[in-house]
Design a protein around this ligand. Structure first.
Ligand code: ADP
Length: 565
């Protein structure tokens, strides 16, 4: 049976014990209350972020769809504006009239400032009239321009080109309408400024939350908001044609962020929106500061509560320990008194012998002084010899009473360097020497010579050894061997007492250290010896162990901290 060591109760030891207890209690409280809450908070946080992300995605998709519809409408209106001019009966007679066309351009620009110019093109591609900011060289012909060929050949009466450089060498769009009447075909074209379109894009609903761009089917950037100047380059976006609207996930490798897209109806362009980074660092899916704040405040509150609770628990635990220490102190004292009682019987016997010697010697001296008893011819008495015998007997008595007093008086723990082997010898030779001899018990000493002095309270250690030796004596009523061994084990020293006595049944091994457990006759055992010894060894920071089996004797092993000088 091994008993846990307990540190000595010094002030520094107490505060270390308090800190250890507090740390232990606090970590238990944290594990008990904090961890489940933390896991729950993390779980909800992840769920919340996920939901937020999903709703942000849905929001992005709605913005893309709405912007695409509005942009579509805008383009259709521009085509209608041009169609109205070409369908006007006055158009044909004034097709080559620049003044007329200037008025029409002014009217167009009132409806939208995206219109940059206006030009009439004949069926063979010749630009016959032009009003606008560009000065073309003579004889501009659109015959070989793909858009012109497409418009003439196609069934549609209108067309919007992709962004291109054209004759003017600057990125622009052309929108054109044709009119076929009486076998002759006329084409009216106008240039739309990419900058104006970008500005328009930036005014659409939700524009402040997103970056929007218009890309062609081949992924060429047509218009980009809010920074519109970078059109006519490969965009990073290539939305699929089917489905016509949706969300494309982030492609880290290609550096493409997550985006929503919606294809226009009027022309094969897709409107693409990405989430604009929030200057405040949040973004659409940001974790709201107030919830974060509430969580932090909640955890701080929990921390304070747990800290308070841990302090309270430690306070209670210390009070219990204090109470236990008090009780065990009382127990030590009670056991000491009981041991003294037991010792007193033995000591009375010890003192009786010298007292008998004194009485006898005094009697002899007294008789030698009585003239009635002294007869002529009697040899003279040896006065010094008798006085010496009395002196010896008196000193023996004094020795015994001194030991007894020393044993009883000591109540405070007084730690000093002590010779362990000398203490053991004192117990088996001095205090209990007679008892061992009378009981025919041979004492065998197997001392480890490397064990020198130990730091201990001599009287208390003596009390422990006396208890163990007396138990061994009781266990060997017909004599036997008591072997006392000491061993040096790194930072500890072990003292083992092995007797060849009756041994202890297994069922009792767990009980013998309990106070008042005894198997001895009433009057001869108090049941306090081992419990007191255990308490004393505990206060020394040591352990007590017993190995025993009925019929095979018992070995009590004490381990104490060892501090060689
Ligand atoms: P007490 O000696 O007054 O009975 P202890 O606490 O010293 O009280 O011992 C408790 C019991 O442990 C004893 O009554 C005895 O049964 C058992 N015991 C202790 N030491 C030995 C031993 N060396 N051999 C056999 N039994 C022992």
């Amino acid at each position: 049976m091994t008993l846990a060591p307990v540190s000595r109760s010094t002030a520094a030891g107490e505060s270390r014990h308090y800190r250890e207890l507090f740390r232990h209690t606090l970590s238990r409280q944290i594990l008990l209350y904090f961890m489940p809450l933390l896991l729950l908070a993390v779980f909800f946080h992840i769920q919340y972020r996920h939901l937020l992300r999903e709703s942000a995605r849905a929001h992005l998709a709605v913005i893309a769809e709405q912007q695409a519809a509005t942009f579509d409408l805008f383009l259709r209106e521009r085509l209608t504006n041009l169609a109205n001019i070409i369908e006007d009966p006055l158009f044909t007679p004034h097709a080559r009239d620049e003044a007329y066309m200037s008025v029409r351009l002014a009217t167009l620009q009132q409806t939208s400032d995206a219109f940059a110019d206006l030009g009439v093109v004949s069926v063979d591609g010749q630009l016959v009239t032009y009003v606008g900011p560009v000065t073309f060289p003579e004889g501009v012909n659109y015959h070989d321009e793909p858009w012109f060929a497409e418009l003439l050949a196609g069934e549609d009466r209108s067309l919007i080109t992709e962004i291109y450089l054209g004759f003017r060498g600057r990125p622009h769009f052309t929108i054109a309408v044709k009119r076929a009447r009486n076998g002759s075909v006329q084409v009216l074209r106008s240039t739309l400024s990419p900058e104006r379109l970008a500005e328009y894009l930036a005014t659409l609903e939700g524009a402040s939350e997103v970056h929007a761009a218009v890309v062609s089917a081949t992924g060429i950037l047509q218009v980009a908001a809010p920074r519109g100047g970078s059109a006519l380059r490969d965009s990073r976006f290539s939305p699929p044609r089917q489905p016509a609207r949706g969300i494309m996930p982030q492609d880290r490798a290609a550096g493409v962020p997550e985006y929503a897209y919606a294809w226009l109806r009027e022309t094969p362009w897709a409107l693409v929106v990405t989430e604009a980074p929030n200057p405040a660092g949040g973004g659409i899916a940001a974790f709201p500061g107030n919830i974060f704040g509430i969580t932090v405040a909640f955890f701080a509150l929990m921390g304070v509560v747990i800290l308070g609770r841990a302090r309270q628990l430690v306070g209670k635990q210390l009070a219990v320990e204090h109470h236990e220490a008090e009780l065990s102190g009382q127990l030590v004292q009670a056991a000491k008194l009981a041991s003294v009682g037991e010792l007193a019987a033995g000591i009375a016997h010890e003192i009786n012998n010298p007292l008998a010697v004194i009485a006898e010697e005094v009697g002899v001296l007294k008789d030698s002084l009585d003239p009635a008893l002294v007869q002529e011819g009697d040899p003279p008495i040896d006065l010094p010899e008798h006085l010496h015998a009395i002196h010896e007997a008196v000193f023996r008595c004094r020795d015994i009473t001194r030991k007894l007093l020393g044993f009883v008086r000591q109540t405070e723990v007084r730690v000093e360097r002590q010779d362990l082997h000398a203490i053991l010898d004192d117990v088996v030779d001095g205090m209990l020497g007679n008892e061992l001899t009378i009981s025919s018990i041979t004492v065998v000493r197997e001392y480890d010579p490397t064990v020198l002095e130990i730091l201990t309270d001599r009287n208390q250690l003596v009390q422990v050894f006396v208890n163990l030796v007396k138990n061994a004596v009781d266990a060997m009523p017909r004599g036997g061997t008591l072997t006392i061994m000491t061993r040096h084990l790194e930072d500890r020293v072990a003292i083992a007492m092995r007797d060849s006595g009756c041994g202890i049944p297994a069922a009792q091994l767990d009980q013998i250290f309990m106070p008042f457990f005894t198997t001895k006759e009433p009057g001869s055992g108090t049941g306090l010896g081992l419990s007191v010894s255990y308490t004393i060894i505990k206060t020394f920071g040591g352990t007590v162990r017993v190995d025993s089996a009925p019929g095979h004797g018992s070995t009590f092993t004490i381990e104490l901290p060892y501090h060689p000088s």
